[in-house]
Design a binder for this molecule. Structure first.
Ligand SMILES: Cc1cc2nc3c(=O)[nH]c(=O)nc-3n(C[C@H](O)[C@H](O)[C@H](O)COP(=O)(O)OP(=O)(O)OC[C@H]3O[C@@H](n4cnc5c(N)ncnc54)[C@H](O)[C@@H]3O)c2cc1C
Length: 290
């Protein structure tokens, strides 16, 4: 097996162009499992774990750009104000996995159970892709095209995920058979956008790919409007509206039965996670600004 070890993004893109069969490897926490179980045996790898360009976290104005090669452990340390993403990063694997695993790898695998992905969807993130032909930015929605299927071209690399920092509380939570080292049975990220008076909800592990819940989002924003909570956080929303919000989120799921859980359980879990997430967000909005 051949391993290319480029030392810059430019070199790596030249390798990708010349050897599209060479599989990029970052933390290796997904790929090595595939190799160890004999599911994949690539002819060649491109080791992208040392490319400085992929390890950069940049803030320009209200935009965050997270390098594809930044591991979860650094996200937790260096992006504390991106609360939902930090919460997702904390739930990934174990300390060893969080030290090696990257959001670029989560995106590259494109599993509906990737924990960073509902957060990127709730942030309305753009995925930055580069090849020797140039750079393009596409929405997370156009990138994640199906179960473990992405829009990455054979000569491209994921360079970063970038998003406009939402002003408002957000969270990530997941349901699994235990508290750590677990693939989610259902995952949910909720993000309040105070400027747009919007509520965004994204679901993981309950469909072929990451799903947003547009009806629930419209209902949630409307419920805050009706109760006057956009202007006055103390107003909150009635219990019945929280319950309806949960029902609409559950209705947006497209789950299947599998070894981890039944479709019915997953749908139920989405409703519970949604009600909790909106309750937390409403409570956070009542906190005095720090
Ligand atoms: C014990 C264990 C526990 C885990 N727990 C969780 C968990 O709780 N939650 C969760 O979401 N995941 C979990 N995972 C899966 C894995 O850790 C994550 O998906 C992680 O984000 C993968 O990142 P990586 O850098 O290791 O990817 P790699 O294994 O290096 O690559 C994964 C895929 O992405 C591609 N790729 C990687 N980077 C790029 C790039 N920059 N451009 C183009 N393609 C790229 C690779 O070619 C490959 O197809 C776990 C894995 C293990 C082994």
């Amino acid at each position: 097996m051949k391993v290319y070890r480029p030392s810059s993004l430019g070199e790596a893109l030249d390798v990708r162009a010349a050897h599209p069969e060479a599989v990029p490897i970052a933390g290796g926490t997904d790929l090595m499992v595939e190799l160890n179980f004999g599911r994949r045996r690539p002819e060649a790898f491109v080791d992208i774990s040392r490319l400085p360009e992929l390890g950069v976290i940049r803030r320009e104005g209200d935009t965050v750009s997270l390098g594809a090669g930044v591991p979860y452990a650094r996200i937790i340390r260096e992006l504390p104000d991106q609360v939902a993403l930090v919460q997702a990063a904390r739930t990934v694997g174990s300390p060893q996995i969080r030290t090696r695993g990257t959001v670029g790898g989560n995106l590259g695998t494109g599993s509906p159970a990737g924990d960073a992905l509902p957060v990127l969807a709730a942030y309305d993130a753009r995925i930055v892709l580069a090849s020797a032909r140039g750079t393009r930015r596409i929405s997370w929605r156009d990138f994640l095209v199906g179960p473990k299927r992405t829009a990455l071209a054979p000569d491209e690399l994921i360079v970063a995920a970038e998003w406009d920092v939402p002003q408002g509380p957000g969270s990530f939570s997941k349901v699994g058979t235990r508290n750590a080292m677990v693939i989610a049975i259902a995952g949910l990220s909720l993000q309040v956008d105070e400027a747009a008076r919007g509520v965004r909800v994204a679901l993981g592990s309950v469909g072929p790919t990451i799903l947003r819940a547009p009806d629930a989002e419209a209902f949630g924003a409307g419920a805050l409007d009706e109760s006057g909570a956009w202007a006055n956080p103390e107003a909150g929303v009635p219990e019945a509206a929280l319950a309806r919000f949960g029902e609409l989120v559950a209705a947006a799921a497209k789950p299947i039965d599998d070894v981890r859980g039944t479709a019915a359980y997953r749908r139920h879990a989405c409703g519970v996670l949604a009600r909790r997430a909106l309750t937390w967000a409403l409570a956070d909005r009542r906190l005095p600004a720090s």
